[in-house]
Design a protein around this ligand. Structure first.
Ligand code: K7E
Ligand code: RUQ
Ligand code: CUA
Ligand code: CA
Length: 640
């Protein structure tokens, strides 16, 4: 028995007796046919099951033929990509490759995806690993507009954008002079132009301090070490500017009025080792005045680092002491905070304590007052510091004035009321801001409720990403799945509704109603410059050793069904799927040549490869498409 769960089992068994019928699946009807009398018979299962979900958010089980009510956009951690999860079912609907190759779609194999990912001079991929943490979507008028979402790669300091019409990655940008790129957040409107009420910037935090520039000199000169807060243009995906800061960045938040961006900082000590990183009693939440930074750049007040062309402004606090011109201000937060999250009413940022059992609530109007010279001490913008429990990491919101913070060490979620926490901090000892705590399994990190960081936060479902699942799933060897749990938060008390095993390891995610997205399910042939629009235009064209092969697919056949090339040729093979029917995807694989990809209806993809093995190679369809799918193949005939 894993240590520390005995108490859980006792509590859960007691709760189960009260309800009278409990099933392993948490859904009585569903498990009846499969499990017979044993599961439905009312005996509490031996191993830690909860009562069936009976809250106000609706059923968790989505019956066959029915659709989920929400989309979940999920990071995949060191799997290096992103996923789309149906909520509330927890079903994984799609893997969205970005930073690492994916043989299903041919990501990292096709020329089009390699152009997005970036290649070395020899044509191979620049990077084949990735570590995605934070997934955030584009805004308009304070809610998601369904256009884009972004995700970070912590390993190689890249940011990827996905188009949400096709759910594909269309751009990847590398941040210069950055290591340990962690938090990201899009802005929600422009700080100056009221007509720009949508996302045009994405802010990116650098966690690891490195020499600036990191060219092998200054390896031990801590004065030369620094960290950057980077602004990426959301539309062009170019890096707009960077801000040199003290300490480090971790997570990022933006205000609804567009004026402020912030990052929590846990290494104000500027230390290289964890023990020293914990030496200060308080670290900080660092606020950026976006309009002033961009004015400074217009005024030419910037430098460059190394050979990067990106303008870098000086946002170190010692050079930003005058509130009237400062681009940055530091609000102190207890020891080594983690996530920073914006409340949906637009008023507060909440930093989670991590090493402190508290959350720190910062009033954004008061931060703006400091920048206006109307508040003498930036710490006077702190309006609450409720004690929530051990190891607070991230906070989400229900749109009804409550916050929900994950407690990593306590393996709980704490629901607390923001206004009550403010009253208590102001001196009213009679109020208790803590509303409810619930056990989650186990060690939760990220948390997000439906539409929580939008003006439409609705407090229906809340997902919690647990870093350990221990005994919650069938054992599959030493690597345990992780446990994404779904909670119903419509009532006063949270109700645990559903466990969902996920491959390690998701960090952040957002959940939005399904009608906020408008995906297209068939491509437009005209969007692909290389498209072969008619079967008559297929075939081989040769230019010396460079050979272009144009192929089309119409179920159940390619056109042509064979082509000839020679050892030493460099082949560019362009495949257009002329099928127009929704869901009629074909695959394309060539044995011994490391070629595999799919083409969706009306899509075109290309691959370029060197011919080095003579013989007959059957190219074939990998994606079951027709009764004659197995017959959908052709010969690549390679002459010596
Ligand atoms: Cu968002 Cu997991 Cu990268 Cu917190 S970090 S848990
Ligand atoms: S054959 S649809 Cu790959 Cu066994 Cu089956
Ligand atoms: Cu085309 Cu299978
Ligand atoms: Ca610290």
């Amino acid at each position: 028995e894993p240590a520390g769960i005995g108490r859980r089992r006792f509590l859960n068994a007691a709760a189960a007796l009260g309800i009278g019928s409990v099933t392993l699946a948490g859904c009585k009807e569903e498990s009846k046919p499969a499990q017979g009398g044993a599961a439905a018979g009312g005996a509490a299962p031996a191993h830690g099951a909860e009562a069936p979900h009976q809250g106000g958010a609706g059923p968790v089980h989505i019956p066959p033929g029915q659709l989920d009510t929400h989309y979940g956009l999920w990071s995949s951690g060191h799997t290096g990509d992103a996923r789309v999860i149906g909520i509330p079912s927890g079903r994984e609907l799609l893997r969205m490759p970005c930073f690492v190759p994916d043989p299903l779609t041919g990501w990292g194999i096709t020329n089009e995806s390699k152009a997005v990912m970036g290649t070395k001079p020899d044509g191979t991929l620049e990077y084949v690993v990735g570590d995605t943490h934070h997934m955030q979507a584009s805004y308009k008028d304070g809610i998601y507009d369904g256009k884009y979402c972004w995700i970070n790669d912590k390993i190689n300091a890249r940011i990827a954008r996905f188009r949400l019409d096709y759910f594909v990655c269309d751009k990847i940008t590398k941040l210069p002079n950055v290591q340990g790129f962690h938090g990201i957040f899009p802005d929600k409107r422009d700080p100056v132009d009221p007509a720009i009420n949508y996302t045009t910037r994405v802010f990116c935090g650098q966690e690891f301090r490195i020499p600036m520039p990191n060219h092998g000199k200054d390896l031990e000169d801590t004065e030369k070490y620094g960290a950057l807060f980077t602004c990426v243009d959301a539309l062009t995906m170019d890096v707009k500017w960077q801000a040199r800061i003290n300490g480090n960045c971790d997570l990022v938040a933006t205000s609804f009025d567009g004026k402020l961006a912030a990052t929590n900082q846990y290494n104000l000590e500027e230390a290289d080792f964890y023990a020293e990183m914990m030496s200060r009693e308080r670290d900080a939440c660092l606020f950026f005045h976006v309009a002033r930074i961009e004015q400074a750049i217009k005024d030419g007040k910037f430098t460059h680092i190394g050979d990067s062309k990106v303008p870098v402004v000086d946002c170190r606090v010692e050079n930003n002491k005058d509130p009237k011109s400062a681009m940055v201000v530091r609000v102190s937060v207890p020891k080594n905070p983690h996530g920073v999250n914006a409340s949906p009413d637009g008023k507060y940022f909440v930093c989670s304590g991590k090493l402190s059992p508290t959350c720190t609530v910062i009033d954004l109007q008061k931060v703006l007052d400091w920048f206006d010279g109307k508040l003498d001490d930036p710490d006077k913008s702190i309006v609450a510091e409720p004690e929530v429990g051990l190891g607070p990491l991230h906070t989400t919101f229900d749109g009804r004035g409550n916050a929900y913070t994950t407690l990593f060490l306590d393996s709980q979620v704490c629901k607390w009321n923001i206004e009550k926490a403010i009253k208590k901090y102001a001196g009213d000892k009679t109020v208790n801001p803590i509303v409810h705590k619930i056990d989650v399994m186990y060690q939760p990190g990220h948390i997000n409720a439906t539409c929580a960081e939008t003006k439409a936060a609705d407090g229906i479902w809340m997902a919690v990403g647990n870093k350990f699942s221990k005994d919650r799933f069938l054992p599959v060897g030493p690597l345990h799945p992780e446990n994404d749990q779904l909670l119903d938060i419509t009532g006063e008390q949270m109700i645990l509704a559903h466990d969902n095993a996920v491959r390690p390891e998701p960090h952040d995610f957002v959940i939005l109603p399904r009608d906020w997205l408008h995906p297209k399910q068939v491509y437009n042939l005209d969007d692909f410059p290389l498209a072969t629009k008619s079967q008559a235009d297929t075939g081989v064209t040769r230019n010396g050793k460079k050979v272009t092969v144009r192929i089309t697919s119409v179920a159940p056949a390619y056109e042509p069904t064979e082509f000839n090339v020679k050892v030493g040729d460099e082949v560019t093979l362009i495949l257009t799927n002329l099928d127009k029917v929704e869901d009629l995807t074909h695959g394309f694989a060539i044995p011994e040549y490391n070629i595999q990809f799919i083409v969706n209806p009306q899509e075109t993809k290309s691959v370029t490869f060197k011919i080095d093995k003579p013989g007959v190679f059957w190219y074939y369809c990998t994606n079951f498409c027709h009764a004659l799918h197995l017959e959908m193949r052709g010969r690549m005939i390679v002459e010596p």
